[in-house]
Write a protein that binds this ligand. Structure first.
Ligand code: ATP
Ligand code: SKM
Ligand code: MG
Length: 168
């Protein structure tokens, strides 16, 4: 089974992805980390050097062409489902799960973890919440194409396994 976790920055995709992978005993991958292994530098540096458009091309290329095992959990970058045909591609190639979280909860989580996230670097307090509200509103139509939508605050591996196995 191939599981793609999607959602906004800070929704908990990497954190939850590792737990889910352990629970179903498959390898865990993180798209941002695969991109970093490919370029040999950080996502933040790539953004700064080449800009967002080039990053989105690279992101699509790594997502859709990287060789991965038959079974895995992959957490995607927050923007990945919203560019090119990535959402459609993930739905056609595996199970997609949207970790949904309200803007204020996202902001609370990101307040102390902004430096490595180029899109929100430098924003704080109400500014950060407004940025998340706007961006999330633009992105939700993509995220909501996921096959499963789960609450990012209460999500747990057992409940997700239950959801996924219902479809097997
Ligand atoms: N269930 C949770 N409860 C409380 N804090 C959490 C939870 N899951 C993640 N966090 C915290 O929220 C922050 C963001 O989590 P994480 O890095 O997993 O998000 P992400 O969706 O992978 O973000 P990005 O898209 O930027 O990679 C981290 O500091 C993490 O420790
Ligand atoms: O939400 C986004 O657009 C991003 C999220 C991160 O995971 C990285 O993929 C990058 O910083 C862009
Ligand atoms: Mg992550």
């Amino acid at each position: 089974m191939k599981v793609f976790l999607i959602g906004f920055m800070g929704a908990g995709k990497t954190t939850f992805g590792k737990r889910l992978a352990k629970r179903i005993d498959v390898p865990f991958f993180d798209l941002d980390h695969l991109i970093e292994a490919f370029t040999g530098g950080s996502v933040a540096d790539y953004f700064a050097k080449y800009g967002e458009e080039k990053f989105r091309e690279l992101e699509k290329q790594v997502l859709q062409t990287q060789e991965l095992p038959d079974n895995f959990v992959l957490s995607t970058g927050g923007g990945a489902p919203c560019f090119h045909d990535n959402m459609q591609w993930m739905n056609a190639n595996g199970k997609t799960i949207y970790l949904q979280l309200a803007p204020k909860a996202i902001a609370g989580r990101l307040e102390n973890a902004k430096e490595e996230r180029p899109l929100i670097k430098g924003l704080k307090g109400e500014e950060l919440v407004s940025f998340i509200e706007e961006r999330l509103a633009a992105r939700e139509s993509f995220y909501k194409q996921a096959q499963f939508i789960v609450d990012g605050l209460s999500v747990n591996p057992d409940a997700v396994v239950e959801l996924l196995t219902r479809q097997w």
